[in-house]
Design a protein around this ligand. Structure first.
Ligand SMILES: *Cc1c(COP(=O)(O)O)cnc(C)c1O
Length: 430
């Protein structure tokens, strides 16, 4: 039995154990297909009686090595890569919900996820109730219905910086016989491992800190293997009753702790096909090798920038859980004792136009539709990522109209501060 390695070691070496003469570095298996000796071998793969590769839409060795690394970092039993974070969120919920079902989500989530849940999945007959993550247990309990199948939330919300009380949400979900799914994109398993607080499934947009270099869009789903599907078999027929599209195989019986990811691969990936390309998985793996180092630097820089903004009289408010005055500081001390992430939300005194003038005055820091990579960047969600949301939906999602999302990178912090200082001077002159 191998001793459990620490996060930094798993970042560098996890998931890939080459044998004699094999590549030291996870190679790109740039092949759609894999060779077998006879028809019987191939048939057993299709029946899920043997494990092995046959077609990259279902599984690929590069992707599997990288998924195994992320599973190890999160402390889960199995993981799969998806083509994007959106695909990961969709598959994670759709794997256990179907038309006529209902689920609950924290209202403070990424705008794209909000839209997926509120609009697109509704068209598929799956209804989502959004709850304020700070509301009482009694309030949240009221949102549960007999057909509720899961609860969803973000460890640290994008863009508002709301820290979720994961343990409380897990207790509420479990009391109602359903799993808790946590989007752990912003904290990453370096700073929070939601399974340790009772979450059952974790999703990621690997596009963000995990890749870290803004090179490849991707996602990941990790299963803790702990949710007792069979104890709630009536709620989860997809996992606990025979799958006619797989010769009557019952996932929870045949695959035990691996049931959830096996079903998501064998059914959803087979039919919907949002696979991550092996080349993107290769790039993601290079990012993961330095995740533990980068997260430290992101947080160290962001803490300095948050303190700087807080002390500037031209700044109206700052949300960063690392600040002792922050509304979520106590939750951050519990769930993120070594730091959260590099993303700060703040507002300037003045109008929406002042916010735009400030962003346009930045020189090194660019306005980009991205967050959580090595380069410091900035975005105005109300005009950009969350443009499709009404003012009411914006408020529900914890996004003030004047909110500027500053994603602090890993440059030298003095240069980041200098750019912010000169942009504030420039934009508040007249
Ligand atoms: C970006 C993001 C997503 C969506 O991921 P993509 O890779 O862009 O599809 C989901 N959740 C969070 C928290 C994100 O920041």
């Amino acid at each position: 039995m191998e001793k459990k390695q620490k996060s930094g070691t798993l970042c560098v070496q996890g998931g890939w154990k080459p044998k004699k003469g094999e590549p030291r570095v996870v190679p790109i298996y740039q092949s759609t297909t894999f060779k077998y000796d006879n028809s019987e071998q191939m048939a057993r793969l299709f029946d899920l009686k043997d494990s092995g590769y046959f077609y990259t839409r279902l599984q690929n060795p590069t992707n599997d090595a990288v998924a195994a690394k992320i599973a190890a970092l999160e402390g889960g039993v199995a993981a799969m890569l998806t083509s994007s974070g959106q695909a990961a969120s969709f598959y994670a919920v759709f794997n256990i919900c179907e038309a006529g079902d209902h689920f609950i989500s924290s209202s403070t989530i990424y705008g794209g996820t909000y839209n997926l849940f509120a609009v697109t999945m509704k068209k598929m007959g799956i209804e989502c109730t959004f709850v304020d993550p700070d509301s009482s247990d009694e309030e949240i309990q009221k949102a549960f219905r007999p057909n509720t199948k899961c609860v969803f939330g973000e460890t640290i919300s994008n863009p508002g910086g709301v820290v979720l009380d994961i343990e409380r949400f897990a207790q509420l979900a479990h009391r109602n016989g359903v799993p808790l799914i946590i989007d752990n994109t912003f904290a990453t398993p370096i700073h929070c491992r939601p399974f340790e607080w009772g979450a059952d499934i974790v999703t990621h947009s690997t596009t963000k800190y995990m890749d870290g270099h803004a090179t490849a869009v991707g996602g990941c789903i990790v299963d803790s293997g702990r949710f007792p599907w069979m104890e709630h078999a009536d709620k989860f027929p997809g996992l606990c009753s025979p799958d006619e599209s797989y010769h009557g195989l019952t996932y929870a019986e045949s695959f035990g702790a691996g049931a959830y990811i096996t079903k998501a691969t064998a059914q959803l990936m087979r039919d919907l096909g949002s696979i991550q390309s092996p080349e993107n998985a290769f790039l993601l793996n290079i990012g993961l090798e330095t995740l533990h180092l980068r997260m430290k630097q992101h947080c160290k820089n962001a803490q300095r920038v948050a303190e700087f903004l807080q002390s500037d009289p031209r700044v109206a408010w700052v949300n960063y859980a690392g600040l002792p005055e922050d509304k979520y500081h106590a939750l951050a001390e519990k769930y993120l004792p070594e730091g959260g992430c590099g993303v700060i939300a703040f507002g300037l005194k003045g109008t929406r136009e002042d916010a735009i003038r400030f962003m346009d005055s930045l020189k090194m820091i660019c306005i980009v539709t991205h967050v959580a990579d090595a380069r410091t960047c900035v975005l105005h969600p109300a005009s950009h990522t969350h443009r499709q949301l009404s003012d009411e939906q914006l408020r529900e999602a914890g996004v003030a109209p004047d909110l500027i999302r500053l994603s602090v990178g890993i440059e030298d912090v003095d240069d980041i501060l200098a750019d912010i200082q000169q942009a504030l001077d420039e934009s508040t002159q007249g």
